[in-house]
Design a protein around this ligand. Structure first.
Ligand SMILES: NC(=O)NCCC(=O)O
Ligand SMILES: [Zn+2]
Ligand SMILES: [Zn+2]
Length: 457
């Protein structure tokens, strides 16, 4: 099998930066060094003046998710392809059974959908109800499918949300398995009460989505999730953390010696809640849960990221088209499908607004976008590393390029981009997935179904 060599790039890992060639064959990194001798016929990528990073991992995506009466608009193929265009080569998506549905039945449905992915994929298993059957099925997916992380929603009460009693059951079973519990933290009943009051007052526009889910509603649930994990002596992973109140809860727990992993997303770092005041229902594009926060929270998140309190920047990629999906909530914000796209822009945004502004080092960017998710979710050092024997998932980044984000030019299958008009410094120039050039000079060369399932035990 002929290989591929990336020549003369500045190789950047979570720890190092050095100039080297990287030779890949059979889907793996085979050699790293200066002026490597490679077999005749080897494809050459010239990365002079560019960075070479480990393929990005996005541990929070929702491809073709059935949700709020519709289905998220990127499927596993289009969503992973958009990720590849942005330097992301692996995702961890969520299997989300409906309440009372068998976890095994849901697993089969999601596994079948994901076969079309063009980049590697794993799954967290959401647990949306709890009992003896669920406990047995958690054990089964851990054993059979290497699903080593479970997710609970403290929001979405009456749909996929769980109560505290159910959450304790999930934490205890996960503890017994040595698996990690991840939590969406918002007080579900408080949100519902606020929604009812706002709608009764005729406050039905997208802005009221944010008002129905204030930061303290998230902060309370974050604190409670941490406390419930502590009762079982377990770590916990907080997904899409957005606000100071939640950070306070995390800091308290960390000071007391509890391991709390934290994830945030670019939208919470870069946008403020003025987006909900856009005219003509455009604020609906930003309806996601938790919502975009008022000014002030973003700086606190950047600080937490730069000092290592936040481990992973994921996207919560969950796109819904404006014209036929978001519009379902035109007269009632509670019916706007929650979610937005982001997988394609994550790394470029973190480079532009993190590294280029001096808030993050390049090594930190690699850490939070590539290495930490691999370590936390059982993929390291196969993923998240540039070393001999690791998967040949890599991308090159040209710091001299520039562009502007737009829904007109992105690959995500959605008609809005919540970062529309954002200036970008640098560009992803080549992405290798398992040693194959899947994106080069602006052209996607992805193969439907080429992605491999990631067993994580
Ligand atoms: N975040 C969001 O609004 N939609 C996707 C589901 C979730 O992560 O809560
Ligand atoms: Zn969530
Ligand atoms: Zn999500």
């Amino acid at each position: 099998m002929s290989g591929i060599v990336i020549r003369n790039g500045q190789v950047v890992t979570a720890l190092d930066q050095y100039v080297a060639d990287i030779y890949c064959e059979g889907g793996k990194i085979v050699a790293i060094g200066e002026n490597l001798d490679v077999p005749a016929g080897t494809e050459v990528v010239d990365a002079s003046g560019q960075y070479v990073l480990p393929g990005g991992i996005d541990a929070h995506t929702h491809m073709e998710l059935p949700f709020m009466g519709t289905v998220s608009s990127d499927d596993f193929f289009t969503g992973t392809a958009a990720g590849v265009a942005g330097g992301t080569t692996s995702i961890i998506d969520f299997i989300i059974p409906s309440r009372n549905q068998s976890l095994i039945e849901a697993r089969d449905f999601w596994m079948n959908n994901a076969k079309k992915a063009c980049a590697d994929y794993g799954f967290h298993m959401a647990v949306t109800w709890y009992g003896e059957q669920v406990e047995q099925e958690m054990r089964r997916v851990y054993r059979e499918d290497g699903i080593s992380s479970f997710k609970v929603f403290m929001a979405y009460t009456g749909a996929i949300g769980v109560d505290d009693d159910e959450m304790i059951g999930v934490i205890d079973t996960a503890a017994d398995l040595g698996a990690l519990v991840t939590a969406h933290c918002e007080h579900g009943l408080a949100v519902q009460a606020l929604q009812r009051k706002l709608v009764a007052q005729g406050k039905t526009a997208p802005r009221y989505h944010a008002e129905s889910r204030p930061s303290w509603v998230e902060g309370e649930a974050t604190n409670r999730a941490i406390m419930l994990a502590r009762c079982s002596g377990q770590p916990i992973y907080i997904v899409h953390l957005t606000c100071k109140e939640s950070l306070d809860a995390v800091v308290r727990a960390r000071q007391e010696g509890q391991l709390v992993y934290v994830e945030t997303c670019p939208q919470y770092l870069l946008l403020d809640d003025s987006v909900y005041d856009k005219p003509d229902f455009e604020g609906a594009a930003y309806v996601m849960s938790p919502p975009i926060r008022p000014k002030g929270h973003q700086e606190a998140l950047w600080h937490a990221l730069s000092c290592g309190l936040i481990h992973h920047v994921a996207t919560d990629h969950c796109p819904f088209r404006q014209h036929d999906q978001k519009v379902m909530g035109l007269h009632d914000f509670t019916k706007i499908p929650n979610g937005a796209a982001g997988i394609e822009n994550r790394i470029a945004l973190m480079y532009t607004y993190g590294v280029a502004t001096g808030r993050l080092t390049l090594n930190q960017l690699v850490d939070v976008c590539c290495t930490q998710p691999a370590k936390i979710f059982g993929l390291y050092p196969r993923k998240g590393a540039i070393r001999v024997g690791a998967d040949a998932d890599l991308f090159t980044y040209d710091p001299a390029a520039s562009s502007t984000i737009s829904a007109r030019t992105h690959h995500q299958r959605v008609d809005r981009n919540i970062f529309e008009g954002f200036e970008i410094r640098g560009a992803v120039t080549n992405t290798l997935v398992a040693g194959k050039l899947a994106f080069t000079r602006g052209e996607l060369r992805v193969e439907r179904g080429a992605g491999r399932y990631l067993h994580r035990v």
